[in-house]
Design a protein around this ligand. Structure first.
Ligand SMILES: N[C@@H](CCC(=O)N[C@@H](CS)C(=O)NCC(=O)O)C(=O)O
Length: 217
């Protein structure tokens, strides 16, 4: 059964791979699962038909037969559970990889999203000049800790896993902030993720929606 995911018809990031369908596309590419994409306008995302799939009126969603899923982390976990390649077989290593999935979404992503939202929505507010450094300090704290843990390793826990997939996509949300560049090992980590052929295929497919030039094949 070929799953269908939803994505932005016109991504606000202009196809830089930051919209969260990228995580799902990347996971599907890593495991070699073909997929269909249904593109949605912002207004269609808020319609009852889409809210029946995604209560918060967001992308991505995932439909596979009777199964409908939302939340990019849950979707990536589902894909990783159903296919080989994104979670280790050893039970303890598998549990640790899942812990890294949660760490990416629960511990590292929130301060990054909060900073990004302030930069987008609060820039004209009188408090912005004071608030931004506070938000950036929170992001820096997390990056320092993550950088210390990663050290000189290629991936967070031995082999590449769904935990790395999510962490790389979360760190990419700092694109343009120059904060990641304060940690060469995190930059190299993100670059390793971006160099994976599955990542490139996912990125090109998402970009093609924006440019209107679908990749051949
Ligand atoms: N926690 C959700 C967040 C989903 C989310 O924020 N999606 C964004 C695109 S990356 C969206 O649909 N934004 C439009 C909106 O919230 O109206 C997930 O990981 O799937």
């Amino acid at each position: 059964m070929i799953p269908t995911i939803t994505a932005f018809e016109r991504s606000p990031d202009r196809g830089r791979g930051l919209a969260r369908d990228m995580r799902v596309r990347w996971a599907l590419e890593e495991v070699g699962q073909p997929y269909n994409v249904r593109l949605l306008s912002f207004s269609a995302m808020k319609e009852p038909a889409h809210r029946a799939l995604q209560p918060f009126g967001q992308i991505p969603t995932y439909e596979e037969g009777d199964l409908v899923l939302f939340e990019s982390g849950a979707i990536v976990f589902h894909i990783a559970e159903r296919h080989a390649g994104l979670l280790p077989d050893d039970p303890n290593a598998r549990a640790r990889a899942i812990a890294w999935m949660f760490a990416a979404l629960n511990t590292v992503e929130p301060p990054i999203v909060e900073r990004g939202a302030a930069a987008l929505l609060e820039r004209d507010q009188p408090w912005y000049g004071e608030r931004l450094p506070l938000l950036e300090d929170r992001v820096r704290g997390r990056l320092d800790e993550l950088s210390d843990r990663l050290g000189g390793a290629d991936w967070l826990d031995d082999a590449f896993s769904a935990g790395d997939l999510l962490m790389v996509t979360v760190l990419r949300r700092l694109d343009g902030s120059r904060m990641l560049e304060e940690h060469p090992n995190l930059c190299a980590y993100v670059a390793r993720g971006e160099a994976r052929p599955a990542y490139k295929r996912a990125f090109d497919a998402q970009l093609a929606v924006f440019t209107g030039n679908p990749p051949p094949g």
